[in-house]
Design a protein around this ligand. Structure first.
Ligand code: F6R
Length: 609
């Protein structure tokens, strides 16, 4: 978490840094700061709170200068305050640093540096880096950064600037994302591409244990021991407009509405018509490899984990291979049984989630074959997996994930159908039927988004409720968990998601008129059971909002409100059910007057374990 930016070139650095930080604010918004090198001195401005506070501070005058660094913080070490805001400086104020990550041995380093006479002004782990660089600086900033980072344990994406070395920025990375944007006579660095997308689409992805030196006319890479490294330039396909709100009040609403198109893009080339078979271009696993797999382990966090839950139902049902699910932060501590016949499916929108990366390395270490589902080209997950299937959702800026989730579900269904095809686990007739149903999902998503008066009515009626219970069965247990997560994240109302059959084992005690229950109830194997669960809630004076198929003419007898979705296959229904759940969370939060795109305490890309 935290976002860093850097610029060196011929334009004024300050506006570019602020613009870049705006696009990285999803990574943290506890404080923001910039440092600009001007006329032989480093000018630092920082403010607690969102970037707006820093912008207000700069209204009286932006620092001049053509080289600078910026930072937006998600606090880990030290509360949000001006002192703890980045950039941080050495004792002399001649060296300044921005950092994303955690320096795990900072206390020992700080003690050592204090004993050597260094004076600290913040509680952060980052400040040790500035003092370590100061210790080693003998006129060569690159050498000083290199020797400083050799002392660091933990994770970092760092950028360092020195008053006495005004023609370059030195950056380094270990386990935290860092990209370099290549311009004409100017270069950029950032935690994520949208920070400089309006200036260049040509990027280098910096690898772990690599140093990047940015000058106006060139960028050089080297290893920790100083060996030069050649890096490929990637052309990013996203454009700057995709990272703008485009007339919507919030990114979240824009991203919810982008789902039909994102689903189409994700399907394109993989299921090119209603009648074609599934193709997964870019997959290097051969049909023999796929036939040799005897288990799948899916690893993810948060919303991406809910996508994995749907994956278990889809793959087990269509392919008949056992699928294990792991929350990434748990996997590595339970010594899972994995071997070279296991396929590890790693799901991550950002491709940078620290827990997910640790899980990936754990399963790789045990010999599993790897397949990543991610939204970000060149992300760590994409680079560390030999097989990658991208969700073509475009940049997801709102902290609450929406289009990344539904496109992850689309990829999962494509994988399930592809595996079933290769392994012959379902008949061609059944496969054809399933492909046809999947093919219509984007246009059904359009229908849901067209008009949704019942969602608005529910958001109006329940936005002040004390709590929400979400229940679902089968693949829609994941929908219940995802619906509850969405509303918790952005409206701060207590919500829990449950397997509907579990309600009677405890959660039903929560039901009273101030708690609304959302029942995800598309018709399928367990429809009658979930109707009974709805009745159990009604018998206890709880209101029920049901998510049900358009043609279901029974459910309105039992539920207080029915939000309709078009009918589809039960396994695929979580894709469509997700949309009204996202809209409900959005409008509840909006009615409560909350900051929807940047909910408190959260950050989009969780790069700390
Ligand atoms: C919830 C949300 C998070 C992420 C989780 C994993 O709306 O966005 O729960 O799903 O932090 O992030 P990625 O997919 O980037 O690994």
């Amino acid at each position: 978490m935290c976002g860093i930016v850097g610029y060196i070139g011929t334009r004024k650095a300050c506006p570019i840094l602020i613009e870049g930080l705006k696009r990285l604010e999803y990574r943290g918004y506890d404080s923001a700061g910039i440092a600009v090198l001007n006329d032989g001195r480093i000018d630092i401005h920082k403010a607690t709170g969102k970037l707006m506070a820093l912008e207000a501070m700069l209204e009286s005058g932006m620092p001049e200068g053509f080289i600078g660094l910026g930072h937006t913080r998600w606090a880990t070490h030290g509360r949000p305050s001006d002192e703890n805001a980045h950039p941080h400086s050495d004792c002399t104020g001649r060296i300044t640093v921005v950092h994303n990550g955690i320096i795990e041995n900072y206390l020992a380093l700080k003690e050592e540096l204090v004993a050597a006479g260094h004076e600290f002004t913040s509680e952060t782990d980052t400040e040790v880096v500035a003092h370590l660089v100061e210790e080693s600086y003998k006129g060569d900033l690159v050498a000083a950064v290199r020797s400083a980072i050799k002392r660091l344990e933990g994770s970092y994406a760092l950028a360092v600037m020195a008053q006495d070395d005004p023609e370059r920025i030195v950056a380094a990375r270990r386990h935290s994302p860092l990209v370099v944007g290549v311009g004409e006579g100017e270069n950029f660095l950032a935690s994520d591409v949208p920070a400089f997308l309006q200036y260049t689409k040509r990027v280098h992805f910096v690898e772990d244990n690599m140093i990047a030196v940015l000058e106006r006319g060139e960028v050089k890479f080297s290893s920790l021991d100083g060996k030069p490294i050649e890096r490929e330039v990637y052309e990013v396909t996203w454009d700057a407009a995709m990272a703008e709100r485009g007339g919507y009040e919030h990114f979240m609403l824009k991203e919810i509405n982008e789902q039909p198109q994102a689903l189409r893009e994700t399907m394109r080339e993989r299921l090119s018509s209603q009648v074609s078979k599934v193709d997964l271009p870019g997959l290097t696993l051969t049909s023999d490899d796929l036939r040799g797999i005897d288990k799948i382990t899916m690893i993810a966090c948060g919303t991406a984990y809910h996508a994995a839950m749907v994956g278990k139902y889809a793959i087990e049902s269509l392919v008949r291979i056992p699928v294990e699910l792991d929350v990434a932060s748990e996997l590595r501590y339970r010594d899972p049984i994995i071997d070279d016949k296991t396929l590890g499916i790693i799901i991550s929108q950002s491709g940078e989630t620290a827990d997910t990366l640790a899980g990936l390395r754990e399963v790789r270490g045990k010999g599993a074959k790897l397949l990543a589902i991610t939204n970000v080209v060149g992300s760590s997950v994409a680079r560390e997996c030999e097989n990658v299937l991208y969700t073509f959702a475009g940049p997801e800026i709102a902290v609450a994930s929406t289009k990344a989730y539904t496109t992850q579900l689309m990829v999962i269904h494509l994988i399930a159908l592809y595996l079933a095809q290769v392994r012959g686990s379902i008949s061609e007739e059944q496969a054809k039927q399933m492909r046809k149903i999947l093919w219509t999902i984007p246009q059904q998503a359009d229908v849901i988004l067209g008009d949704h008066p019942e969602v608005l009515a529910c958001a109006e009626k329940y936005y002040n409720h004390n709590g929400f219970l979400y229940m679902g069965r089968g693949p829609n247990l994941a929908s219940a968990l995802e619906g509850a997560l969405k509303i918790k994240e952005i409206s701060y109302i207590h919500a829990e998601g449950y397997a509907a059959g579990e309600m009677k084992h405890g959660p039903i005690a929560m039901i009273d008129p101030s708690v609304a229950t959302v029942a995800v109830a598309p018709q399928g194997k367990t429809y009658d059971k979930i109707i009974s669960n709805i009745l159990e809630v009604k018998a206890r004076q709880g209101d029920v909002i049901a998510i049900a198929y358009e043609h279901d003419d029974q459910i309105q007898k039992y539920a207080d409100h029915v939000i309709r979705i078009p009918a589809t296959h039960e396994l695929m229904s979580p894709i469509l059910a997700a949309i009204p759940l996202q809209l409900l969370a959005y409008y509840v939060a909006k009615n409560r007057g909350l900051e929807i795109d940047q909910p408190r305490n959260l950050a989009k890309s969780v790069t700390v374990e």
